[in-house]
Design a protein around this ligand. Structure first.
Ligand SMILES: [Cu+2]
Length: 153
């Protein structure tokens, strides 16, 4: 009887220790291509939260966007010049059909659209000299500051 109790107590201790170890394994480890680090982002009307993310060189990050707002938001990764180009493309499209195949191919370079209540993902591997940010290019959102600064650490 006493022996069984001791064994049970030991088993409980082992389970508790394993649980603690699993919980401790969160944001401190750099993401790799085979095991990206997940960063959860909320999309609100009209902002990302957080609006800054620290990233290590050669780290692979899986950004998971949760749209908590009432309107569609998108997320596009690129440097400032790419953001400006993408903003122009999005405004030029302006609800017209997809008659321009070349433009469609360009729109496909890493942008996603997330509807209210839905979730979307972008996975990206960063290099040392990357100077990137994430922007939302729904009309007026990027100009209104809906962007995430990526800080290389
Ligand atoms: Cu937006």
């Amino acid at each position: 009887m006493t022996r069984t109790t001791t064994r049970l107590a030991f088993a409980a201790l082992v389970v508790a220790t394993l649980t603690l170890a699993a919980c401790g394994d969160d944001d401190t480890t750099a993401g790799t291509a085979s095991a990206p680090r997940t960063v959860e982002i909320e999309m609100r009307d009209i902002a990302f939260s957080p609006d800054e993310v620290d990233v290590q060189a050669s780290e692979t990050i899986r950004f998971v966007f949760h749209n908590k707002g009432a309107v569609a938001h998108d997320a596009f990764i690129g440097d400032e010049a790419a953001q400006d180009d993408h903003e122009m493309e999005m405004r030029e499209m302006g609800g017209m059909g997809d008659s321009d195949g070349a433009q469609d191919a360009m729109d496909d370079d890493g942008g996603i659209t997330v509807m209210p209540g839905e979730t979307g993902e972008i996975t990206h591997t960063f290099s040392e000299d990357d100077n990137l940010l994430l922007g939302c290019h729904e009309e007026g959102h990027y100009a209104g500051g809906m962007r995430i600064m990526i800080n290389m650490t």
